[in-house]
Design a protein around this ligand. Structure first.
Ligand code: HEM
Length: 166
């Protein structure tokens, strides 16, 4: 029994939820491929994020090197799984709250600034648009923007908590 018309989906109407589920189907058929589009775009928009990905203390010298490393491909899989979990729980996103807050904390610990998550959001929309073409219309874009900002808002709780505790 959630209050409001959004059904507890972070302000998502049932029409929004439907649009998100439909559009995610095509993406989730090839998550790695789509994730590569997302992160390729992210490094184009902000190459400064590249040094944050280090595995066994090894830095990548180019985005291409990063995008082809097995460890980074695992990160892409993880990201796509988190989005998939959000799409699965559109009606009860609050059940992911604790997980997402912790995920925010982990990202703060590896040096990610909360602001960088808006560049991730732009890259997510870019990937969705590439995948769907003109079918990715304003309504679908707005539905995804709402979902993504709910996820980021929850993750950013991890940053704020760690700052205020210390
Ligand atoms: C600015 C963008 C991002 C950067 C620089 C970043 C960086 C990292 C790094 C360095 C790690 C640890 C190494 C690894 O597991 O590969 C990590 C872990 C992870 N990231 Fe990200 N990440 C970003 C965005 C995201 C987003 C948008 C999501 C999902 C919504 C996400 C989900 C995860 C998950 C699930 C883990 C594993 C956490 C664990 O070990 O429990 N990341 N990230």
């Amino acid at each position: 029994m959630e209050s409001g018309g959004g059904g507890g989906g972070g302000g998502l109407s049932s029409a929004d939820q439907q649009l998100i589920r439909e559009s995610w189907q095509k993406v989730s058929a090839s998550p790695l491929e789509q994730g590569l589009v997302l992160f390729g775009r992210l490094f184009d928009l902000d190459p400064g994020l590249l040094p944050l990905f280090q595995y066994n203390c090894k830095r990548f010298s180019t985005p291409q090197e990063c995008l082809s490393s097995p460890e980074f491909l695992e990160h892409i899989r993880k990201v796509m799984l988190v989005i998939d979990a959000a799409v699965t729980h559109l009606e009860d996103l609050h059940c992911l709250e604790e997980y997402l807050t912790n995920l925010g904390k982990k990202h703060q610990a590896v040096g990610v600034k909360v602001e960088s998550f808006s560049t991730v959001g732009d890259s997510l929309l870019y990937m969705l648009e590439k995948c769907h073409g003109p079918a990715f219309n304003l309504n679908v874009r707005e539905a995804w923007t709402k979902l993504y900002s709910t996820v980021v808002k929850t993750m950013s709780g991890g940053w704020e908590v760690s700052k205020s505790v210390e």
